[in-house]
Write a protein that binds this ligand. Structure first.
Ligand code: BES
Ligand code: ZN
Ligand code: MN
Length: 502
């Protein structure tokens, strides 16, 4: 979809629909909505008076203009209560509204800059949120249908109309910025939605290589012999049960080559299918485990946007990719692995494989000299019990780094909630036969897992994001559709931009 800025009067735009808005409870529309109301002889205020338009968030009312003005329809999008208004509301409203217009067969739409007037948003903020919400809300994953749906009836063009012509360059720049954020999240969605037979470790490596080639990043992809040489016993232990070769993927962006210490490492769990291994999962819902590489997808996808924004910061993305399968040479409960760090781990449960591959990825990142680590992983079912699919669980050994992550998440509208790391939880990972064991019992499963990872980040500032609940959605809402969410790609990108600003 093309998204462009024009200057003019919303009531005079030639389009299938023009989108205006209304805050909850407003009885007399002002601004552009008021202008549209006048041009339609009071149709909008009448619908408000009759209670048909309330301005509730997500409400979409389509009014046919019947030749009174050039646009064929005026669409009133409810923004909800003014006190709850934010760029996130703009994203959600644009997602819902654009899908509604697509269902109505509208190909060309125009919108005002929601909230840039009385809503209190900046022009740039509003424009970026409009592009993100529209592109993410219209996302579909249909490539495996034998008869692809005719793209001819989709929304093809979105025009953002701004009265003040002097603001057009800023509006266009912000729309383009929103597109870069959205397209990075869409790459992650595509990778996560892709079934495991189309998204093997090798396929992930190919995508990472393509991102590197297109955006001038350095790519290093380690194969099994190199992993053996480095002593990556965690990743290799998990990979033993699978016929698919594991891949250890490193993407580097050098935004501040003169200051190698000004760096950030983004580490992703890349289990392309998690059967549980010999500690086999049940059949119910196992198909969802094609998404157990969402962490890897998010760090690779974030690099695509970071490479385009070019922040003054060195960013390395690391993805540890393998299947977790119960093959004939699979690791077995009770086995002991020697990880790259030298620490040994008893594999009490082969289904706790994420922390095994991340142990090696964290050690590798530390050996590279990376001084700030952020790992992203669909790590535990327990985080879904604790937080549902509403927010990502966050854990840290460095409150300052987590504050930066939480702030970046606020900008992106992706929710994060911190869980405690009291050292008493470390007891749960103690083994009789090795330095650590990979399961911590039934209590506080997500925290025990985070404490396991903390053993491998050691004294390096580190944040762990458990996205088991937030990487996929079972419902359509706002700019989210069923399936992969693309979380936390936009947060990672905002974090890199924020850290570069200091
Ligand atoms: N990939 C799963 C976690 C998961 C669960 C992701 C639900 C997405 C949705 C992870 O590898 C796993 O199996 N964790 C186990 C750990 C346990 C054996 C200690 C779990 O949470 O049950
Ligand atoms: Zn897993
Ligand atoms: Mn597992």
């Amino acid at each position: 979809m093309e998204i462009k800025a024009v200057s003019g009067d919303i009531t005079q735009i030639d389009a299938g629909a023009v989108i205006v808005n209304l805050f909850d409870g407003v009885k007399t529309p002002g601004g552009a909505t008021g202008a549209a109301d006048k041009a339609l002889d009071g149709a909008i205020s009448r619908l408000i008076a009759e209670g048909e338009i309330k301005g509730e968030k997500g409400e979409v009312t389509i009014i046919h203009t019947l030749g009174k003005i050039p646009p064929a329809r005026v669409v009133v999008a409810g923004l909800g209560k003014q006190k709850d208004f934010s760029p996130e509301v703009v994203r959600q409203v644009m997602g819902t509204t654009c899908r509604r217009l697509r269902r109505a067969g509208i190909e060309r739409a125009a919108t005002i800059l929601h909230g840039a007037g009385i809503g209190g948003l900046g022009t740039a903020e509003s424009a970026q949120a409009i592009a993100e919400g529209a592109l993410l809300g219209l996302y579909t994953f249909k490539r495996h249908f034998s008869k692809p749906e005719d793209d001819g009836n989709g929304l093809k063009e979105l025009t953002v109309v701004e009265m003040d012509g002097s603001k057009l360059p800023l509006v266009q720049e912000s729309l383009d910025k929103g597109r870069i954020f959205a397209e990075a999240a869409i790459l992650a969605r595509d990778m996560v939605n892709e079934p495991s037979n189309f998204m093997t470790p090798t396929n992930i490596a190919e995508i990472a290589q393509k991102v590197a080639d297109e955006h001038d990043l350095e790519a290093t992809i380690l194969d099994k012999p190199q992993m053996e040489e480095l002593g990556m016993g965690g990743l290799l232990g998990v990979a033993r049960g699978s016929a698919e070769p594991p891949k250890f993927i490193v993407l580097r962006y050098q935004g501040d080559p003169d200051n190698p210490g000004n760096n950030l490492g983004l580490i992703g769990k890349g289990i392309t299918f998690d059967t549980g291994g010999i500690s086999l999962k049940g059949a119910a819902g196992m198909g969802e485990m094609k998404g157990d590489m969402a962490g890897a997808a998010s760090v690779i996808s974030a690099m695509k946007a970071i490479a385009q924004f070019k922040p003054k910061l060195n960013v390395t993305a690391i993805a540890a990719a393998t299947e977790n399968m119960p093959g004939g040479s699979a690791q077995k409960p009770g086995d002991v692995l020697r990880t790259m760090s030298g620490k040994t781990v008893e594999v009490e449960n082969t289904d706790a494989e994420g922390r095994l591959v991340l142990a090696d990825a964290l050690a590798y990142a530390r050996q590279m000299g990376i001084g700030r680590l952020l790992d992203v992983a669909t790590l535990t079912g327990a985080i879904v019990t604790a937080l549902g699919d509403i927010c990502t669980g966050a854990f840290t050994n460095d409150q300052e780094l987590l504050s930066a992550v939480i702030s970046a998440a606020g900008t992106s509208g992706e929710r994060i909630w911190q869980l405690p790391m009291f050292e008493e939880y470390k007891e749960q990972n103690k083994s009789q036969v090795a330095d650590l064991k990979n399961t911590g019992g039934r209590k506080a499963g997500s925290i025990a897992a985070a404490q396991f990872l903390a053993e491998f980040s050691e004294d390096t500032p580190w944040v762990h994001l458990d996205i088991a609940g937030t990487s996929m959605s079972d419902r359509e809402s706002g700019y989210q559709i069923k399936g992969a969410t693309g979380v936390p790609v936009r947060t990672l990108v905002n974090l890199a931009l924020d850290l570069a600003e200091g």
